[in-house]
Structures are given as C-alpha cells and as structure tokens.
Design a protein around this ligand. Structure first.
Ligand code: FES
Length: 183
C-alpha cells in the first residue's frame, strides 16, 4: 500500500477553487479570528461536492480554517450526516433508537436490508442505495422514522411505504443515470 505522506500541496488540492470560494463565503459570516466557526458549513460544502469527507479533505479543511486536524475529525465523526466513506446516490438512515425500535424501527431496517440485499452500513452493488442505522431524528411520534440523504424525513415507514419509497428513488436514479441508462 502506498504510504507516501500527504503534502501540504496535496491537501490544498483537495479543495477545488469553487469549493474554497463557497467556504470563504461562510467564513466571512464570522469575525476574522473565528474562522473555525464555519467548520460545519465547510464540511457540508465538501460533502456536497465530493460526496463524502475523506481524511485528506478533513486535513484540507483544517488547514483552510487554521484548525487542528483532530478538531475537524471530531466534528466529522460526531455528526452522522457526514459520510466518512463513499455512499450511494441515496443514503437511507433508519432510526432504531428506542421509541422507533418499539414501533417497528428495527423491523423497517431489516425489511430494507432484505429488500435491497445489503447489510446495515453497506451500499448496493449498483451504487444507488446506502443503508444505515440512525440515532433519534426528533420525529419519535412518526415512528418508524427515516431520513433520505440527510434532508428528507419519512414517517410511519412500514413495508408498503418502504416499497413505495424504494420504487420512487430507483426511478429517480434511473432518470439521472447518464444516457438514460437504468442503474
Ligand atoms: S427514536 Fe426515532 S425519531 Fe426519535
């Protein structure tokens, strides 16, 4: 395995010019000596543009904001909206915390696991879905609850609603595939 050290220049190149410009717009919202307040926004921008936050991107963000790399790593690993490895087109986070677990959360996760043919934490071979467990989404009254791509909250996810969601997202993935190829 190549263990050559990551140089400062390689770290710098992890952030494209448009990414840097977007991050700097966030940095500008804070006093000059508090650049690190923009760390969550910066990481979100990196994830939007790269799909995940690699260790190299963490270091590049740390450099850009003048923060210790470990502090950026702590943020990335604390919030489960940040992907620490590549994920599929749709990330399905199924809540299995206690209130959801008592109302079918584990069953929903199991159902999706069998339907998609992947274990929790895995991505389907076609790259369309990543299935994950999630902590409480703040929608316990809607159990079982789940989140699609960290943005879309889905409520009362029993099998028929899970089937409809998967069908909808598969159709969307097929529409977005290059040359209309079905994924
Ligand atoms: S326990 Fe699932 S949303 Fe709160």
């Amino acid at each position: 395995m190549d263990r050559s050290p990551i140089t400062h220049e390689m770290q710098r190149m992890m952030l494209s010019e448009p990414t840097r410009q977007r991050i700097d717009q966030e940095v500008a919202k804070y006093p000059a000596e508090q650049k690190q307040s923009a760390v969550i926004a910066a990481l979100s921008i990196v994830q939007q543009e790269q799909g995940w936050v690699s260790p190299e991107a963490e270091k590049a963000v740390a450099d850009h904001l003048g923060m210790p790399a470990i502090a950026v790593h702590e943020v990335v690993t604390f919030y489960n909206m940040f992907n620490t490895r590549p994920v599929g087109r749709f990330k399905l986070n199924v809540c299995t915390n206690l209130p959801c677990a008592l109302s079918g959360g584990n069953a929903a996760a199991q159902y999706l696991s069998e339907k998609l043919g992947v274990a929790l934490g895995e991505t389907t071979a076609d790259g369309v879905f990543t299935l994950q467990e999630s902590e409480c989404l703040g929608a316990c009254g809607d159990a079982p609850a789940m989140l699609v791509n960290d943005r879309r909250l889905c409520s009362f996810m029993r099998p028929e609603r899970l089937d409809a969601l998967v069908e909808e997202l598969r159709a969307e993935a097929a529409r977005q595939a290059p040359n209309g190829e079905s994924k």
